[in-house]
Design a protein around this ligand. Structure first.
Ligand code: URA
Length: 215
């Protein structure tokens, strides 16, 4: 499965955004592919950030609050960034897919993985977003982000580390939700350490020493 560069009629008709605000207005007014989401969750962080982190799609909390990575996976991510000496406010954080897809089970909204078609649908926007933010390194957090950025699926176990996303300097690592799901405590601690190690490598790759936050 390789994602075609989007040639959807809809994408062809979209006006090229001249700024991130313009792009965000387009994304915010687009209907979700799968109905249910409260809103589009937009990327967050400074234009020109040295590092951009790309996740999969907003989760329940992100959909409610309208911000990326503010739920349990976001908390883990924030801790790992701090341990790696990175300040979340200096990093651009976004998702491959901009709307939460879920299955309602009683009161709970259970996350559903986006299909390759859904990833392709949002790819045009992600590409423009990264053009406008212009980060030094783009980090794919997990398989969906890899698919969106590389345009084809790549095994994380095999390709973890530095990557080239069609001319963009990239880095492949795991998704923080994967770490949350690991049932064995020792394995989880080890995997979290490896994740922090990846973020340290990203920090070095970005070639910018971001001061560690004061504790
Ligand atoms: N998982 C993601 O991939 N993105 C979020 O914003 C939250 C959880």
């Amino acid at each position: 499965m390789r994602l075609k560069r989007t040639s959807d009629e809809a994408a062809a008709k979209r006006a090229e955004p001249k700024s991130l605000d313009e792009l965000n207005a387009q994304i915010a007014s687009a209907a979700p592919l799968v109905p249910g989401a409260t809103r589009a969750v937009l990327g967050e962080g400074p234009v020109g950030a040295a590092i951009a982190l790309v996740g999969e799609q907003p989760g329940d909390q992100e959909d409610r609050q309208g911000r990326p990575f503010v739920g349990p996976a976001g908390l883990l991510l924030d801790r790992a960034l701090t341990e790696a000496g990175l300040d979340r406010h200096e990093v651009y954080v976004t998702n491959a897919v901009k709307h939460f897809k879920f299955q309602q089970r009683g009161k709970r909204r259970i996350h559903q993985k986006p299909t390759a078609g859904e990833v392709r649908h949002y790819r045009w926007w992600l590409d423009r977003e990264l053009q406008l933010v212009h980060p030094g390194v783009v980090v794919a957090l997990g398989a969906t982000a890899v698919l969106a950025l590389a345009g084809k699926p790549l095994s994380i176990a095999r390709f973890r580390g530095r990557a080239d996303f069609n001319g963009r300097r990239g880095f492949i690592t795991v998704h923080p939700s994967y770490l949350l799901r690991l049932p064995d405590r020792t394995a989880k601690e080890e995997a979290c350490r490896a994740f922090v190690g990846d973020l340290r490598s990203v920090r070095r790759l970005a070639g910018r020493i971001v001061p560690s936050p004061v504790h």
